[in-house]
Design a protein around this ligand. Structure first.
Ligand SMILES: [Zn+2]
Length: 487
């Protein structure tokens, strides 16, 4: 597929950085030509790679993957690797050209197998994987508020996916707001398998790898598209979205069974190794549920102090829909609640740490990392039971969340507040003051729920073993029915 445009001939808007790509389908190198018009008389400065090296995991040495950097005739270039900076000194007229090549050879540092393959580009014969923050340059000049990207040269007929437009071909130019450029996922591969579904007429894309016939195939993911995503949309009564995608690609260098992922908002990109077990199913459910809790519905936070809602409630709703659709059975449900949530939480040395202390230890402590996921999940389970009891089973946590969503839309606010949270609870016949107090004592300060004093619906029973709460269910209880709703 050849398509070439002389950068000088097509006019580039002043606010746009224009990226043209080329790859031969065999080498580890993606060739990039960045064309733009200069805003300053003297120079233009670009920084490569994401500045937030901690969050992106594998970014610290990212500048080293840039090769063969040069600028258009007449101009000169200063390279400052330490600052990951390129300074182009202007001596000629527009348009400007910056050429660089991204070497996506797989380079895995021990202990960083997951971030190195998730956050760094991985390019090999017949396969290309890159995220926007490894592809595009950063400019401090806010005049450049758009970037455009298209391919000048791509291997003919090779399946292609770009998250900005799932049906685009490589020659189709994509225009991306500069603020969104990090969130672009680009995949090209002889092995790429892209299947389109429709969920309430919204296009959903399942992207897998053809050669992987053992672990995660299109068949493995099908229940998400036929059951889970429709259930989640019904849960939120939200049938509006341009599209959604789920990309699941194998990790090339990792022996153990594991997974990791990057949430792109309009989709989720996962990398994994080993069989599709409960953990991976739960990760996919949790991440693809974030379109609502954590995105559409979020608290304003300074650090991570409201992650009990963003992560814990999201997790509960993910499990809710897995249970409702029958994708997990009673045994798997109880195992998750007991082994992954109740037991580790009530045993954790940091179980009563205040929510606003989590961020400072998050990346260095597994217990802190998981604290608010567990705390929020357990409270969501408790709250779900209280709504059911207060309404004689007519309502459940879904009604509470839909109310919360309505309050947010009614007040036209970007963020929800504890007052909104308590108001939604009051709409479900709970005491507004009590719920506000519970947010403060259990979720913020970290007091433990004492299930010996708590009533649950008749299908659930909590007893204590060695001081830890253990959930069981009545023999005849139907999990799918419990997590269904009437309206
Ligand atoms: Zn999450």
């Amino acid at each position: 597929m050849a398509h070439s445009t002389d950068p000088g001939r097509s006019r580039i808007p002043a606010n746009q950085l224009d990226y043209r790509l080329a790859w031969d389908g065999r080498s580890t190198k993606l060739i990039v030509d960045l064309c733009y018009n200069a805003n300053s008389k003297d120079s233009t400065v670009f920084i490569y790679g994401d500045l937030n090296g901690d969050i992106m995991g594998g970014q610290n040495e990212i500048f080293q993957i840039l090769e063969n950097i040069y600028v258009g005739a007449g101009d000169s270039l200063i390279v400052r690797p330490k600052e990951r900076k390129l300074v182009i000194l202007h001596k000629s007229g527009d348009p400007k050209r910056l050429h660089y090549e991204i070497n996506g050879a797989l380079l895995v540092e021990k202990g960083k197998e997951r971030p190195d393959q998730l956050f760094r580009p991985v390019i090999s014969e017949g396969s290309l994987y890159i995220l926007g923050f490894d592809l595009f340059m950063n400019s401090a000049d806010t005049t450049y508020n758009l970037c455009s990207v298209s391919w000048d040269k791509a291997p003919a007929g090779m399946p292609y996916f770009i998250s900005t437009s799932p049906t685009a071909a490589p020659v189709d130019k994509q225009i991306v707001p500069a603020s969104e450029k990090g969130n672009v996922l680009m995949l090209m591969g002889a092995d790429l398998l892209i299947k389109k579904y429709e969920v309430y007429r919204i296009p959903y894309y399942a992207i897998t790898t053809k050669s992987n016939t053992i672990n995660i195939t299109q068949k493995t993911l099908a229940p998400f598209f036929t059951k889970f995503f429709p259930s989640t949309r019904d849960f939120w009564q939200d049938y509006k979205s341009p599209y959604y995608f789920l990309s699941v690609q194998p990790l090339l260098k990792t022996a153990i069974s594991t997974c990791t992922g990057y949430n792109i908002g309009i989709g989720f990109s996962m990398k994994y190794s080993g069989p599709f077990d409960f953990t991976k199913m739960e990760v996919v459910a949790h991440e693809t549920s974030h379109s609502w809790i954590g995105e559409a519905l979020q608290f304003y936070q300074e650090g991570m102090e409201y992650n009990w809602f963003h992560e814990g409630f999201d997790d509960y709703i993910a499990v809710y829909n897995l249970a409702r659709t029958g994708m997990i059975d009673k045994a798997a449900y109880l195992k998750y609640v007991n082994e992954e949530r109740l037991k580790p939480h009530y045993m954790s040395p940091v179980r009563t740490a205040p929510a606003d202390s989590v961020q400072q230890y998050f990346w260095t402590s597994y217990e802190y990392e998981n604290l608010l996921y567990r705390r929020g999940f357990i409270y969501a389970f408790y709250l779900d039971n209280q709504v059911r009891l207060a309404t004689d089973g007519r309502e459940n946590i879904r009604d509470f969340l839909l109310d919360l969503y309505k309050i947010k839309l009614r007040d036209k606010k970007k963020f929800i507040s504890v007052d909104d949270f308590a108001e939604a609870a009051a709409n479900c016949h709970l005491s507004k003051k009590q719920v506000a107090d519970e947010v403060d004592s259990y979720l913020r300060k970290g007091k433990l729920l004492d299930f010996q004093q708590i009533k649950l619906i008749k299908e659930f029973h909590m007893h204590y073993e060695n001081g830890l709460p253990v959930l069981t269910m009545s023999a005849g209880a139907d999990l799918q029915k419990i997590y269904d709703w009437q309206n």
